[in-house]
Write a protein that binds this ligand. Structure first.
Ligand SMILES: *Cc1c(COP(=O)(O)O)cnc(C)c1O
Length: 406
C-alpha cells in the first residue's frame, strides 16, 4: 500500500531529503529542477546564475544540445556492455583523450566513473612499481575513497577512517621546492609516486608556482618514482588549456581526469604516459563494471568535440583575463583573485565567504565558499561576459553586507 503524497517545491523536497538521505553532505542549499546554459532553476521557479557548474563538472553549461543529443541518441542505442566488450564510443574517446593530452606513443587510457576512482587506478599503478611510498601535498584533494582520501590532506576527511593506506608519507607543503627536495632526499628510493594537482581546487584555486612541476618531474625521474598529475578539476579546458600542466611543458607519467570530461555525466579516466608506465598494469590487475560505458563515453566525445570545434580554449583564456581583472578591482573586500582560466578563487578580507555565498544565492548567484575567506567559481566554459558581468556588478554590494554581518 502506498500512501505517499507527492509534495514538491523546495521546502518540501528539502524536508523529505532530511529524512531519507545520509547526512554526509549537510543540508542541501536548494532543490534544483532544471538548467539551461549558465542558469539553473529551483523547485519554486527561481533562476540562478550557476557560477559553480556542479563543481567544475558542467563545463558546457546545462542542457547543452550537443551533449543532450549525444546522450539521447546513445541511450536509445546502447547504454552498457561490460568490459568483456568494447564500443566505438569508448575507443574514440580514448584516442581523443590521448591526443589532447599530447600523450606519447604507447600511452593508454583506463576509464572509471569518478575522480576518486581515477586516482585509485593511479595508486594501483604506483604500487606496481614495487615501491610502497606515496607522497602528496598539503591542502591536496584527491577524493574520498579509502585510497584517494589517504592522499587527501584535510585531517577531518582522513582521521575518522584511520588506519588508511599504508605507505602514505607525511604531506609536503604545496609549492615549497625545498620541502620537496628534502622529502625526496629522505624517502626518494622508497617512493612509488608523487601525486600533485597543477592547480589545487579545493584549497581555494592555488596554482603550483612557476618551476614547481618541473622540479617535481626532475626529482621523480631522478629517484625512479612516478609523477601523477591530478587534473580531475583543472583538466578538460577549465584553465584555457586541455590540461593545466601543459602550460609548464612537463610530461607526467600519469594524468587523472574526471569532472569536466562528461559535461555532467559521471566518467573518470587514468591516462598512462608511454609504454613503460602503461605496461605496469596488465590483464586482470584492475577493472570496473560501469567504467567506459558507451553512454558516458558518448557524452565525453560530445564535450571534447564541442571544445575543439568552438574554439573554447581560446575563449576561456580571453574571458578569464577580463573576468579576473574585473573581479580584482570591483570591491575593497577582494584582496586577491587567482584565475586559472575559469577556475577562480577570490580571497576576501575576512572569514565571511559563507555569508557572502548565502547572500549571493538570495540574489540569484550560485558560488562556493571553498574556504572561510575564499569564494570559488567554476562557471560554464561558455559563460558570456554579460552573464559573468552581472555577478561582478552585484559583488560589491554582497561583500559589503557580508563583511558587516560576518
Ligand atoms: C573532485 C576531485 C576529486 C574527486 O573526484 P570525485 O569524482 O568526487 O571522486 C579528485 N581530485 C580532484 C583534484 C578533485 O577536484
Amino acid at each position: 500500500m502506498s500512501t505517499t503524497t507527492e509534495t514538491t517545491g523546495s521546502a518540501a523536497t528539502l524536508e523529505r531529503y532530511a529524512s531519507s538521505l545520509l547526512g554526509v553532505f549537510g543540508a542541501p542549499k536548494l532543490a534544483l529542477v532544471r538548467g539551461q546554459g549558465s542558469y539553473v532553476w529551483d523547485a519554486d521557479g527561481r533562476r540562478y546564475l550557476d557560477l559553480l557548474g556542479g563543481i567544475a563538472v558542467n563545463c558546457l553549461g546545462h542542457a547543452h544540445p550537443g551533449v543532450a543529443e549525444a546522450l539521447a541518441r546513445q541511450a536509445g542505442t546502447l547504454i552498457h556492455t561490460s568490459n568483456f566488450f568494447t564500443t566505438p564510443q569508448q575507443v574514440e574517446l580514448a584516442e581523443r583523450l590521448l591526443a589532447v593530452a599530447q600523450a606519447p606513443a604507447g600511452s593508454a587510457v583506463f576509464f572509471a566513473n569518478s575522480g576518486s576512482e581515477a586516482n585509485e587506478a593511479a595508486i594501483k599503478l604506483a604500487r606496481r612499481t614495487g615501491r610502497p611510498g606515496l607522497l602528496a601535498a598539503e591542502d591536496a584533494f584527491h577524493g574520498r575513497t579509502c585510497g584517494a582520501v589517504s592522499l587527501t590532506h584535510k585531517p577531518a576527511y582522513r582521521e575518522p577512517f584511520l588506519p588508511l593506506l599504508p605507505g602514505v608519507l607525511p604531506h609536503v607543503p604545496f609549492g615549497d621546492a625545498q620541502a620537496l627536495r628534502a622529502a625526496f632526499a629522505e624517502h626518494g628510493d622508497r617512493l612509488g609516486a608523487l601525486f600533485l594537482e597543477p592547480v589545487q581546487g579545493e584549497a581555494g584555486v592555488v596554482p603550483a608556482p612557476e618551476g614547481y612541476l618541473r622540479l617535481a618531474r626532475d626529482l621523480t625521474r631522478e629517484h625512479g618514482a612516478l609523477l601523477v598529475l591530478d587534473e580531475v578539476q583543472s583538466g578538460i579546458g577549465r584553465t584555457g588549456r586541455w590540461f593545466a600542466h601543459q602550460e609548464s611543458g612537463v610530461v607526467p607519467d600519469a594524468i587523472t581526469v574526471a569532472k569536466g570530461l562528461g559535461g555532467g555525466m559521471p566518467i573518470g579516466a587514468l591516462v598512462t604516459m608511454g609504454p613503460e608506465v602503461t605496461g605496469l598494469l596488465t590483464a586482470g590487475q584492475h577493472g570496473t563494471t560501469f567504467g567506459g560505458n558507451p553512454l558516458a563515453c558518448a557524452a565525453g566525445l560530445a564535450v571534447l568535440r564541442t571544445i575543439e570545434s568552438q574554439g573554447v580554449l581560446d575563449r576561456v583564456r580571453e574571458t578569464s583575463a577580463w573576468f579576473a581583472e574585473a573581479l580584482a578591482g570591483c570591491a575593497e573586500q577582494v584582496t586577491e583573485v587567482r584565475a586559472a582560466g575559469l577556475l577562480v578563487g577570490i580571497t576576501l578580507s575576512g572569514p565571511f565567504a559563507a555569508r557572502a555565498a548565502q547572500l549571493a544565492q538570495e540574489e540569484g548567484f550560485i558560488v562556493n565558499p571553498v574556504r572561510p575567506d575564499t569564494l570559488r567559481l567554476a562557471p560554464s566554459l561558455l559563460a558570456t561576459r554579460e552573464e559573468l558581468g552581472s555577478f561582478v556588478d552585484a559583488l560589491p554590494g554582497l561583500l559589503a553586507r557580508a563583511a558587516r554581518e560576518g
